[in-house]
Design a protein around this ligand. Structure first.
Ligand code: PXP
Length: 261
């Protein structure tokens, strides 16, 4: 792959949901995701992401209030496009809101939003959030129809779903992985051409982050599960440091993209 031409800085958003997962597994008050978020900020995270799921299996309402009060940087609140979540978002007015699909039985956010099939409703949903000062992002796949619909719906940002790419990477299916990466690249270029800011995330690890970080239009990566898991072994600051180093190396065209055609 050719090195990106003069890519801008790439922000790292750290998702602290899985600190809450661990806390919730025992019904204790620890480990505290707010403490993790403050550590992540101190370790150089550019923002904190948290997903208030309808079933509250990760972050709970009080965590959002505490994050808003404690953080010095931006909070990116992930949520479903429901009226309950919109009321909560309007109450807290986080810097950013990322709308994600939610099916209660899934282990995580498995696919992107179907924006193309829901443009009118999403436009009405997004407008008051934008008017309240929140940057609204839509978590979508790289299909051109979804990207174009996101622009039509009035989103400021799209977050491209990297889950399929990460799965193919982990399974060692190089050809399919490279095809997925090419589609992500094309999607990022299409979104940027439509005036959308481009973010990416889901499933990223030390090994898979480079080629995504090297997509020049990508302005922000949101990473959670791997970083929180890796923190068990090297501490949260150590995990963030290493992720940041890999991102920056890829961004500079030094390493991350080289092994891919
Ligand atoms: N971005 C979005 C929109 C997500 O829903 C998630 C998962 O909560 C992530 C990024 C982070 O994914 P992971 O925890 O796999 O790094």
């Amino acid at each position: 792959m050719t090195a990106p031409s003069m890519p801008g800085a790439l922000r790292l958003g750290v998702n602290v949901d899985h600190v809450a997962t661990l806390r919730n597994a025992r019904g204790t008050s620890y480990p505290d995701p707010v403490r993790a978020a403050l550590m992540a900020e101190a370790a150089g995270a550019d923002g904190i992401t948290a997903h208030l799921r309808e079933d509250r299996r990760h972050i709970v309402d009080d965590d959002i209030a505490r994050l808003m009060a404690a953080l010095s940087g931006p909070l990116n609140l992930e949520m479903a496009a429901t009226s309950e979540m919109r009321d909560i978002a309007l109450q807290h007015r986080p810097h950013a809101i990322c709308l994600v699909p939610e099916r209660r039985a899934e282990r995580t956010t498995e696919g992107g939003l179907d924006v193309a099939g829901d443009v009118a409703r999403l436009r009405d949903f997004i407008a008051p959030l934008t008017a309240a000062g929140c940057r609204v992002s839509l978590f979508i796949g790289h299909e051109p129809a979804q990207i174009e619909a996101a622009a039509e719906a009035g989103a400021a940002v799209v977050e491209l779903h990297t889950g399929a790419y990460c799965d193919l990477h982990a399974e060692g299916r190089a050809q399919a992985r490279d095809a997925e990466l090419a589609a992500l690249r094309a999607g990022a270029a299409r979104a940027a051409a439509l005036g959308l800011e481009v973010h990416a995330g889901h499933g990223l690890t030390f090994d898979s982050v480079g080629p995504v970080a090297a997509i020049p239009e990508v302005a922000e990566l949101n990473i959670g599960h791997f970083l929180i898991g890796e923190a068990v072994f090297r501490g949260l600051a150590g995990a963030i440091d290493e992720m940041r180093a890999r991102i920056e190396s890829a961004r500079a065209g030094l390493a991350g993209g080289r092994s891919y055609a």
